[in-house]
Design a protein around this ligand. Structure first.
Ligand code: IPM
Ligand code: MN
Length: 372
């Protein structure tokens, strides 16, 4: 298969984790004979620094004309405290989601067997968890009108949803539930918010088309509790933009680290794959960022194009790395391995190289293995 992939490393640890995802894709290309062409573009704080805008037109155009986008991370603390700033790095990502029509953000939550004890939650809560969050991504409070009065004492963010915006993601979520355990949970605040009541009405109406799927409703505050006290109950969780953002970060606790969570953002014509984590500026350039989420996002990209065997191979590579304890500090505080070594390990696994064993030697120190 020929795929043209726009690569947007972005800020902070973005470039170093995306490099590992590219290594994995490159290895897949070699082994399974695919032609992946990567083209890089700027977004976020680096884009503001170099071009004055967080989403240069060139970047959007590239993404509109590629098969898929691989995205790293966005955000830089130097832009965080400046309230006068018109063009924030994060805006680049929001504009990109809107520009590509990526209305459905899909965030699977399935802990790796080898990481069950890394989670701060009890093993019996974590073991067997397998659900997926469908987060609406191009509307709601993220995109509603923003206001600040002249004296800067009153501010508001409008949360708006149309029936159509709810309908299109609801269908995707129901279709996913139908292929899974046939349970869909709509998370909202229908006791307080008008938009949530519209979500309930629309989703309930659509549920008639999916008679095999059982639909239930959960208020977001309760969902926040249930997601870490009894996460096994969930199969597909459908929710709005803001609730989905909050709940998916919270849910990362189940897997032990947000550094292992990948996501796909889909629209009618475009698809973008990105780690759930942020730019982690403190770790930038230190070879300590967990590349699993970026690598697994590349696997989601392959799955999206029907390259399921290839995606599975990447997934197995991550499992193998965990088995060999070739993980970053967030998963093992004594680890001697960094971002790069993990990327090498997984690409070697895909390439079926036989020097993986170097990594399994307890005596190995950084710099002694043949491939570090
Ligand atoms: C995410 C991020 C973004 C979001 C930020 C960077 C705008 O947290 O993708 O989850 O809130 O959507
Ligand atoms: Mn987030």
């Amino acid at each position: 298969m020929n795929l043209k992939i726009a690569v947007l490393p972005g800020d902070g640890i973005g470039p170093e984790v995306i490099l590992q995802a590219k290594k994995a894709l490159y290895a897949v290309g070699v082994v399974y004979e695919h032609d992946f062409i990567f083209e890089e573009a700027l977004i976020g704080a680096v884009a503001i620094d170099k071009t004055g805008t967080s989403l240069p037109e060139q970047t959007l155009n590239l993404c509109l004309n590629t098969d898929a986008v691989l995205f790293g991370a966005i955000g830089d603390p130097k832009y965080d405290s400046d309230s006068t700033l018109k063009n924030r790095p994060e805006e680049g990502l929001l504009k990109l989601r809107k520009g590509l029509g990526l209305y459905a953000n899909i965030r699977p939550l399935k802990p790796f067997k080898g990481l069950l004890d890394v989670s701060p939650l009890k093993r019996e809560i974590v073991e067997g968890v397998d659900f997926v969050i469908y987060r609406e991504l191009t509307a709601g409070i993220y995109f509603g009108e923003k206001k600040l009065n002249e004296s800067e004492t009153i501010a508001s963010d409008l949360c708006e949803y149309t029936e159509e915006e709810i309908t299109r993601i609801a269908h995707l979520a129901f279709q996913s539930a139908q292929k899974r355990r046939k349970k869909l949970t709509l998370v909202d605040m229908a006791n307080v918010l008008e938009t949530s009541r519209l979500w309930r009405k629309v989703v309930t109406k659509i549920s008639v088309d999916y008679p095999e799927v059982s639909l239930d409703y959960l208020l977001a505050d309760n969902a926040a509790k249930q997601i870490i006290s009894n996460p096994k109950q969930f199969d597909v969780v459908l929710t709005s933009n803001l609730f989905g953002d909050l709940l998916s970060d919270e849910a990362s606790v189940i897997t032990g680290s947000i550094g292992v969570l990948a996501s796909a953002s889909l629209g009618e014509k475009n698809a973008l794959f990105e780690p759930v984590h942020g730019s982690y500026p403190h770790a930038k350039g230190r070879n300590i960022a967990n590349p699993f989420a970026a690598i697994l996002s590349a696997a989601m990209l392959l799955d999206y194009f029907g390259l399921n065997e290839e995606a599975k191979k990447i997934y197995e590579g991550v499992e193998k790395a965990i088995e060999y304890n070739v993980v970053t500090l967030d998963l093992n505080p004594d680890s001697k391995f960094g971002t790069n070594e993990i990327g090498e390990f997984i690409s070697n696994f895909i390439l079926n190289k036989d020097d993986l064993m170097y990594f399994n030697n307890d005596n190995v120190h950084l710099g002694q293995s043949t491939i570090v």
